[in-house]
Design a protein around this ligand. Sequence first.
Ligand SMILES: Cc1cc2nc3c(=O)[nH]c(=O)nc-3n(C[C@H](O)[C@H](O)[C@H](O)COP(=O)(O)O)c2cc1C
Length: 316
Amino acid sequence: MGCDAGTLIVADLTTRVGPLALRNPFIGASGCFGYGLEYADAVDLASLGGVAVKGLFLQERQGHPPPRIVETPAGMLNAIGLQGIGVHRFVAEKLPELRRLGATTFVNICGSTLDEYCDIARVLSDHEGVGAIELNISCPNIKEGGIQFGCSLTGTYDVVNGVRKVTTLPVIPKLTPNVTDVASFARAAEEAGADAVSLVNTFLAMAIDVETRTPRLSNGMGGLSGPAIRPIAVRMVWECYQAVKLPIIGMGGIATVEDALEFLIAGASAVQVGTANFVDPFIWSKLINGLDAYLTRHRLAGVADLVGTLQMNTHT
Ligand SMILES: Cc1cc2nc3c(=O)[nH]c(=O)nc-3n(C[C@H](O)[C@H](O)[C@H](O)COP(=O)(O)O)c2cc1C
């Protein structure tokens, strides 16, 4: 079933993220869209702006034991622990099919060390069909999965700079919101040679079972996503937009086209949709058609005319 089957798109929905030209700004968020192929019966992957696949280490990983997901008001907590098939199986088993289906694939990569990030980037560079590398330096629920780099300005610089040197693929570090000044991390990424930044990953959070007085997640803490985080994520995108010239991929709680519009107006050139895809796997056509209707109604020729057009209120 094609996402936009039968619908005539009027406005120019294409957008640029550094060297990447995307069909539209809507990308499936890492960890919420499998390896893309799981959704191929429900969504024409080529009709999306892109697909960000589940975070990959060099080797396969089991992740944390259950319970790994808890529902919270207007959101969810997860501590999957970066379960994944590893980069070698990914390029052998998933990438050729993603390529055949015409997906623009953002490969989300994780590392315990800088060398691991670079090794994964080298493997990906040797294969056709990778659109960009999204550097996950922001997973809050395992200690050695990149967050050790993403919470330090020099760590962020070093990972981006190291990966930049071993690949010509676009490099997009994914920033954590679990810092005081996210814009300084966007600046570090820019100085290190990133092509774009994506933000935000989940917020470190906790839920407690009061009867047993134990955490609801096996890991104790996890990452909060969904509509509950959206206003904070929008604020962070706006701060980064003012701080760097890099294109921004925004995310955090997008569930409707209006939510996505907030991110675009705040300065994101593209957006990722994660938790909402679990609620409604058919959300994509609503987002695409909704964006087209908005641009048409506002007499804007295309997405580029909308990005970063926030007008701050003037105080009297
Ligand atoms: C179950 C789950 C798994 C996730 N796995 C990853 C991951 O592997 N790599 C990553 O960078 N982000 C991961 N994320 C974070 C999302 O990509 C996204 O940044 C975050 O959920 C905010 O967007 P949302 O509110 O639309 O879900 C995961 C999120 C969830 C809910």
